[in-house]
Design a protein around this ligand. Structure first.
Ligand code: AMP
Length: 515
């Protein structure tokens, strides 16, 4: 038996770091691969020397402040939102291409360690990623030359790992995942055969790097008034602030030296200062948790058996303190914070690889895959007029945290006599209210239903929303009198066309890696 039989790796494609892992047949668990830099964490940063030459990892990240125009970081936040992440010497790279370069690097190191060709992967995403960002992640995997077998929510991946390590059967869990760039929380119920998502909330613009920036601002305002910092001083300050933040996870005080044009400034900083200047960020964490608790309250759930913390930034003491204040009687587990997601993805990959009957039998003895039941990460609704001459608002039909798949039907009405067509405009929001103000950015797509032109004002228009298990939304509009229908599946403006994907893959395949 080889250590790596399933041939599918798990990839935690993080905002700050990427980790690749495999299911270890001998250890019977997910294991991380060591990268070229000798660690498990590969910084998700790409530096372009010019438009044809690049490097990935710590070298790219460490030079980010010195070469900001040539360094791409935090591009995960642009997945499914924008087609452009960086332009170097007139050549533009998409977030998918940059992610693909990071994935390629990770796969290369896994190949060196496992000495096996890697063709397939399970890639994790924040649970709070919308369908566009998920699709963009699949495209990134494809551009890296992989078959993406599944996209798995990061906190759920962590549950697969933790369940394998300590049987969590019949437990209700809260997974709190605060990484470098995103924050996710998921409530899950585990049974002998299933992992059931119950509710999801999150903020894809909140992560450890926001704590670093807030601390840098505080240091500048409090200790560096009247001092000038050059670019490399700024870079050193950011790295120093992050180092101090990490030190505060174990110590009350720490020292850093800051270079300025006027000379060195030695500082002794305290955790108390750090906590004070980042209190607004902790408040955002609290608000997301409380919103989730309201969703859970609607489902009759008010407590958990365990809280699992994952993501490097949950090491900040303020996170655990907050959770202890909110859930004083619940056990909090913090193990494998950096690796649990990738290791869980490898466990899930193993589950997908067991196809032949013979293989399934041998797997069953040591490995019992659990089926995953997901919930919706967003609410979906249609723009409609609120009564006579009323305001136009989004009327939500499917709500965040509803079990998938879900189908909802609702009747809307024509707004004038002899109307010839109805414009069905679909919006995706995070709100759980029935009626929401329209924001143009929330528009997911639209279609037109042609109807017979002899209908009175207020005639019925039947609209059905279907959200499938992968979170893909389709819509059907029907005018019952004539039976005329229109059907569409929502696709985003920010996603690449399939020939664009192949072209972009060709472009990155031509790039030369240096260092
Ligand atoms: P991840 O995306 O899970 O790799 O998490 C990366 C984030 O975790 C970065 O913002 C790190 O600065 C932060 N982090 C890592 N170790 C620690 C630590 N010991 N204390 C506080 N934050 C940490």
């Amino acid at each position: 038996m080889t250590r790596f039989e399933s041939k599918i790796v798990g990839i935690d494609l993080g905002t700050t770091n990427t980790v690749i892992s495999y299911y270890d047949e001998i250890g019977k668990r997910g294991e991380c691969c060591v990268n070229q830099e000798g660690t498990n964490l590969l910084p998700s940063a790409v530096y372009f020397e010019d438009s044809e030459t690049y490097t990935v990892g710590s070298i790219a990240r460490d030079g980010a402040l010195l070469y900001p125009d040539n360094t791409a970081m935090f591009f995960k936040r642009k997945m499914g939102v924008s087609k452009e992440a960086i332009t170097v010497d007139g050549k533009t790279f998409s977030p998918e291409q940059l992610s693909a370069l990071v994935i390629k690097e990770a796969v290369e190191s896994a190949y060196e360690e496992l000495e096996e060709e890697i063709t397939d992967a399970v890639i994790t995403v924040p649970a709070y990623f919308n369908s566009d960002a998920r699709q963009a992640t699949i495209e990134a995997g494809r551009m890296a030359g992989l078959k993406v077998r599944a996209i798995l929510d990061e906190p759920v991946a962590a549950v697969y790992h933790c369940d394998l390590m300590n049987n969590l059967e019949d437990k209700m869990l809260l997974v709190v995942d605060l990484g470098g760039g995103t924050f996710d929380i998921v409530a899950v119920a585990i049974s002998e055969t299933e992992i059931n998502e119950i509710a999801i909330n999150g903020d894809i613009h909140l992560g450890g790097s926001d704590w670093d920036l807030a601390f840098v601002n505080y240091i500048k305002e409090t200790y560096l008034k009247g001092k000038t910092l050059q670019l490399d001083d700024e870079e050193a300050l950011l790295l120093g602030a992050e180092r101090a933040k990490k030190a505060f996870s174990k110590k009350e005080k720490t020292k850093i030296n800051i270079s300025t044009k006027q000379g060195r400034v030695p500082l002794e900083l305290t955790r108390d200062e750090f906590d004070r200047c980042t209190a607004h960020l902790l408040e955002r964490v609290r608000a997301v948790i409380q919103e989730l608790m309201l969703d859970l309250f609607d489902k009759g759930i008010s407590e958990f058996d365990k809280i699992i913390m994952v993501g490097g930034a949950t090491r900040m003491t303020q996170i655990e303190q907050l959770l202890r204040r909110l859930f004083p009687d619940t056990e909090i587990v913090a193990k494998d914070q950096d690796e649990a997601v990738a290791k869980g993805a490898a466990v899930y990959a193993k589950m997908l690889s067991g196809t032949s009957k013979e293989k399934m039998l041998s797997i069953k003895q040591s490995f019992r895959p659990k089926h995953l039941n997901r919930v919706s990460t967003r609410s979906y609704g249609l723009a409609a007029l609120m009564g006579e001459n009323g305001e136009r608002k989004i009327c939500n039909m499917i709500f965040r945290s509803e079990e998938l798949p879900v189908s909802k039907k609702k009747y809307f009405f024509t707004s004038c006599e002899n109307q010839k067509q109805v414009n069905l405009r679909v919006y995706e929001t995070t709100s759980k209210e029935r009626y929401v103000d329209i924001h143009p950015d929330a528009l997911l797509g639209n279609c037109v239903l042609e109807i017979s032109d002899d209908l009175p004002k207020g005639a019925d228009i039947e609209v059905t929303f279907i959200l499938n298990e992968d979170g893909i939304l389709s819509l059907e509009g029907r005018e019952p009198k004539s039976g005329k229908t229109v059907k569409i599946t929502m696709e985003s403006k920010a996603l690449l066309e399939s020939d664009e994907v192949m072209m972009q893959k060709g472009d990155i395949d031509k790039l030369k890696k240096v260092y």
